[in-house]
Design a protein around this ligand. Structure first.
Ligand code: SF4
Length: 439
């Protein structure tokens, strides 16, 4: 099937020297993942054990309406808890009992650690064990950390999924496990493609509900849909499952390569592969060609933020004719990111971790046409005349697989298109009233 792809560059970036820096960094914390995970897992509840700041972050980021019954909440640690004057475990037990009595629809309860709970060393794993014994089999109680002490916000989903792996049942079946939360509409498209290829049975992590049993065993092969699932990847391998290494399914090329790697594992013929993928590949190419026109020949600089940076740089350079100046990732794992690095044309500085001031200096010196970064950096850079794309939007928007490939190119093209229009109208792109429109 490889003859259907654009051939890889003679030298990719897999062996390129990586600039590793540690210092001040600018990212959201892992609690952010609750915003998409609570929509995905219909019978789960995320109980953050944290401060009022944590509650504010969730409330404002999720934009929950007052009449909605959200599937997340915060057990607030008060000053007396932080000072060690109260028995936080007893209070947490009371909160959970009240919650589960009021919400009988909850089947999975995640206790989510935060900076404050970690500072006072509240042992949530002990709490999860105790509460599981109390509420099993109706409710499964797990715990993970979403604290800002982690490297980046997408590690919240990774930590959540990794916490589920040890409690999944054993199976000896040969099954494909697809790992990573996707919007339902995108997940349905993916399942239709895999079904067309005759690949199955296919299990999902996370599944939409606990009733869908997902087992793990030595015959399980798994494919990641998100490049930020390093802990989950390690937990699955510890359970004996085998990773199918592949570029991530962004753009036409990434999607085809991802499907081809799975197809090879399941013995799918070239004819079947072509029959299933030819039409959506053509549609994706046409959509990308139309949407990416403002990107052609432009340069892009990635700050480490969402952990999607390497696959997206591969997409922008190979399918949208951009040049990457620097591609920063919060962390790089060869077994997960290697296939995308193989395809990324040589040239950009690959960097891991962040010392934000030094990286800002490099960005200002390079003056890229487009900078992909977090919200905190975007406005100051826009004020300096640089066009920016908020990295977090790439996680909240459906961007995987063929049918979203044109939308993915559009997301990056929008700030450049807008800048061109403003220039035409004689308005400074750095005008504060215009910045929000940029995204
Ligand atoms: S977990 Fe930490 S970084 Fe995140 S909102 Fe709470 S205090 Fe802030």
């Amino acid at each position: 099937m490889t003859d259907q792809f654009t051939p890889p560059p003679s030298v990719g970036c897999r062996a390129a020297p990586v600039l590793k820096q540690r210092g001040q960094r600018e990212v959201f914390c892992g609690l952010t993942g609750i915003i998409w995970l609570h929509r995905k897992m219909q019978d789960a509840f995320f109980l953050v054990v944290g401060s009022r700041t944590c509650a504010h972050l969730l409330q404002s980021a999720a934009g929950v309406m007052i009449f909605a019954e959200p599937r997340f909440g915060t057990a607030i640690l008060e000053e007396s808890d932080l000072a060690g004057l109260n028995d936080a475990h007893a209070e947490l037990d009371r909160e959970v009992e009240t919650l589960l009595a009021r919400r009988p629809d909850i089947r999975q309860l995640f206790l989510v650690g935060s900076c404050p709970s970690e500072v006072i060393k509240l042992d949530l794993s002990r709490a999860a064990e105790r509460l599981t014994q109390q509420f099993a089999p109706k409710v499964r109680v797990l715990e993970y950390s979403g604290s800002g002490i982690e490297t980046t916000f997408t590690q919240g989903e990774d930590a959540c999924l990794a916490s589920m792996v040890p409690v999944l049942p054993k199976t000896q079946e040969r099954e494909l496990l697809v790992v990573g939360a996707l919007p339902d509409v995108v997940e349905d498209q993916m399942m239709a493609l895999l079904d067309g290829l005759g690949v199955g049975p296919v299990r999902l992590l996370p599944a939409r509900s606990l009733d869908v049993e997902t087992g793990i065993g030595p015959n399980t092969v798994f494919a990641l849909t998100q490049p930020f699932l390093a802990d989950t990847h390690a937990a699955l391998e510890r359970r004996g499952a085998t990773h199918i290494a592949a570029p991530f399914p962004f753009g036409e090329e990434g999607t085809t390569a991802w499907l081809a790697a799975i197809a090879a594992q399941f013995g799918v013929s070239d004819e079947t592969f072509k029959a299933v993928t030819d039409a959506p590949r053509r549609r994706a190419r046409a959509a990308i060609a139309q949407a990416s026109e403002p990107l052609n020949g432009k340069s892009v600089f990635f700050f480490p933020d969402s952990q999607l940076e390497v696959p997206l740089a591969r997409f922008l350079t190979r399918e949208c004719a951009m040049t990457a100046v620097e591609v920063g990732m919060p962390y790089i794992h060869d077994s997960i990111h290697g296939p995308d690095l193989d395809l990324l044309p040589e040239g950009p500085q690959i960097s891991e971790g962040q010392d934000v001031d030094l990286q800002l200096d490099r960005c200002r010196e390079a003056r890229p046409d487009l900078t992909v970064c977090g919200l905190g950096l975007a406005n100051p850079l826009e004020a300096e005349g640089l066009s920016t794309k908020w990295a977090i939007e790439l996680v909240f928007t459906p961007v995987h697989f063929y049918e979203q490939a044109g939308d993915l190119a559009s997301l990056f093209a929008r700030p450049l298109r807008r800048k061109g229009l403003l220039k035409h109208e004689g308005i400074a792109a750095s005008d504060p009233t215009m910045r929000e429109v940029a995204q």
